[in-house]
Design a protein around this ligand. Structure first.
Ligand code: ATP
Length: 236
């Protein structure tokens, strides 16, 4: 039996995309920050896509907090997601983009509008409510997307290289903000990244994806200090 604090469980999962296969049999505990790393083309985005429900499984089951979501659509899975691009709708204001996290139809109550304002203030965007994304910097756009995750308050946040386009200092700021948002909402985080320094800054655990397998999460510090051969080769 799995412990009660397991938020995500991939049970004997097999994913196939054309000739590509990926296996995963692992769990993520509540509140853990997990980096997904591995060589290009190893299947990191595929793993996240399967967890999010965009890629069907050939075999196995995905559970969230004990609920089998294998057949659930992405919007029914109870996760918040952030991807590399396209996180904000260009025709909506910052406040509306965040409000979508509460209500897809955007008819917010006074209390929900207050939540949106508070979330924007929490990520350093007070006063930016009425701007559209085109009038925000890259870092501000990332902050707005994180504010949306904050109001969603889901137990799992999935991020696929959301800050790849930002410079190193800004990336560090955003990773710290993800940590704060996750702490506020007590969410676990699964984040794809290419950068070993991101792992050290952010992650409690690492899922190493390589050779057609998403390996079980291992403690980040010990793994990075003493990587097994395949990880050592990847890290260079
Ligand atoms: N729709 C598809 N049909 C067939 N093969 C696919 C499809 N999508 C991805 N693949 C293949 O699946 C493998 C894993 O791709 P994926 O994007 O998950 O890798 P990744 O580890 O995220 O890579 P990167 O670090 O370069 O972003 C690759 O070999 C890719 O070519």
């Amino acid at each position: 039996m799995l412990g009660e604090d397991v938020v995500l469980y991939l049970n004997d999962v097999l994913i196939e995309l054309g000739d590509f296969n990926l296996r995963a049999d692992l769990s993520v505990s509540a509140g853990r920050k997990v980096a997904i790393i591995g060589p290009s083309g190893a299947g990191k985005s595929t793993l996240v896509g399967a967890v999010a429900g965009f890629i069907p499984l050939v075999r196995g089951h995905v559970s969230m907090q004990g609920r089998d979501i294998t057949q659930s659509s992405p919007d029914q899975r109870g996760m918040a997601m952030l991807f590399q691009d396209g996180n904000l709708f260009p025709h909506l204001t910052t406040a509306q983009n965040v409000g979508l996290g509460l209500r897809p139809a955007l008819r917010l109550s006074a209390d929900e509008r207050r939540q949106v304002r508070e979330a924007l203030a929490r990520v350093g965007l007070a006063g930016f409510e009425d701007r559209t994304p085109a009038n925000l910097s890259g870092g501000q756009q990332s902050r707005a997307a994180l504010a949306r995750m904050l109001v969603q308050g889901k137990p799992l946040m999935l991020l696929d290289e959301p800050f790849a386009a930002l410079g190193p200092a800004l990336r560090d700021e955003m990773l710290d903000l993800v940590t704060e948002v996750a702490a506020d909402t007590e969410a676990a985080v699964l984040m794809v990244t290419h950068a070993p320094q991101d792992v050290r800054r952010f992650a409690d655990d690492v899922i190493f994806v390589e050779g057609g397998v998403a390996h079980v999460p291992q403690a980040a510090g010990a793994l990075m200090d003493n990587p097994p051969p395949a990880l050592k080769t990847y890290l260079g």
